[in-house]
Design a protein around this ligand. Structure first.
Ligand code: ING
Length: 308
């Protein structure tokens, strides 16, 4: 049995004024709790080191770049890598990446148990807008501050399992799960920062947002016979509420662990990777059942084209 005890390390709010060092202290506390619970791997949220800065309008590139990491691990995150290595726990977390070529991505990394980075993913689906929108109660400027990811949806062998990553809005797009499903993925880890309310009309309440987040992840898990771990940054950041709802989903699409609150919280589940096999060899045996000759629109078309 290839079992990985996975910890979902939900983070509560990070205020604009909070330092990376203070956040890493919180991440370390969750790592210690995970070690006590026998975790082999810990998953943190999207943009785990800072507040969700895309909600703020910024024009000076220096002010924008201050939110980005130019090396990983860096001074602020090295204590996390060092402790994870000492504990023999693999970690995954999201951060804003600024490359040596001065490109900007919403990125997440995956390490092995020796804190070596075995995988990097750059968020492909960037929601929101790129120019200031006065009609919004708050901005959502990921299209302004990040480029779409350029690495696709890779899958890596780690901890004797096939693992992949995605980030936040990616979890709403079935193509994301299928791209990894077609590589045999058994565990998809993702983080998210999802506002509790709609920035435009305040409607579409929290209950529906939690439902859509869970629906997206449970469907992706079931339809690709994979575990999915979705971890929130939650709570009120400078007056802006982010929803929680961190969950661990099994390869049949059942939620097997769920966060209770909106603060720093660890959810844990012993994930048997061999539980992916049944789905991958019956209903979702892709080689036996898929008919790609009929799927052309999915990659040839971006938007809707009505029949003549
Ligand atoms: N946030 C949100 C997400 O996809 C969003 C944006 C919120 C889209 C609610 C649709 C509905 O969860 C990020 N950061 O992608």
């Amino acid at each position: 049995m290839r079992e990985i005890v996975v910890g979902g390390a939900q983070l509560g709010p990070i205020q604009r004024a909070d330092s990376r060092a203070a956040v890493v202290e919180r991440m370390l506390a969750l790592l210690e709790r995970a070690a006590k619970e026998g975790c082999g791997m810990v998953v943190y949220p999207e943009l785990a080191l800072t507040t969700f800065f895309p909600r703020h309008w910024m024009e000076e590139q220096a002010e924008i770049d201050a939110w980005f990491e130019t090396e990983m691990p860096g001074d602020a995150t090295r204590p996390l890598f060092d402790r994870a290595r000492a504990l023999g726990i693999a970690i995954s977390f999201g951060y804003a990446e600024r490359t040596p070529e001065d490109r900007h991505f919403n990125t997440s990394i995956l390490t092995d148990r020796a804190a070596r980075i075995v995988g990097t993913y750059r968020k492909v689906h960037l929601p929101g807008h790129s120019e200031y929108d006065a009609d919004r109660a708050f901005q959502h400027l990921e299209k302004r501050y990040f480029e779409p990811g350029d690495l696709g949806f890779p899958v890596w062998r780690n901890l004797d399992a096939w693992m992949g990553m995605c980030i936040c809005n990616d979890r709403r797009w079935p193509e994301v799960y299928r791209e990894m499903g077609l590589q045999g993925v058994e565990l998809i880890v993702l983080g998210y920062n999802t506002p509790s309310v709609n920035s435009q009309n305040g409607a579409e309440g929290l209950e529906q947002r939690l439902y859509h987040s869970e629906l997206s992840m449970t469907a992706g898990a079931y339809q690709n016979a994979t575990w999915v771990v979705g971890v929130a940054k939650a709570g009120e950041e400078d007056g802006h509420p982010l929803m929680a709802g961190s969950i661990i989903v099994d390869p049949n699409g059942y939620v097997v662990a769920r966060a209770e609150g909106e603060g720093d919280e660890l959810i844990v589940h012993a994930c048997d990777m061999d539980r992916c096999t049944f789905g991958k060899t019956t209903i979702f045996d892709f080689a036996r059942h898929r008919r790609t000759e009929h799927y052309g629109r999915i990659t040839s078309q971006t938007g809707v084209v009505h029949p003549e």
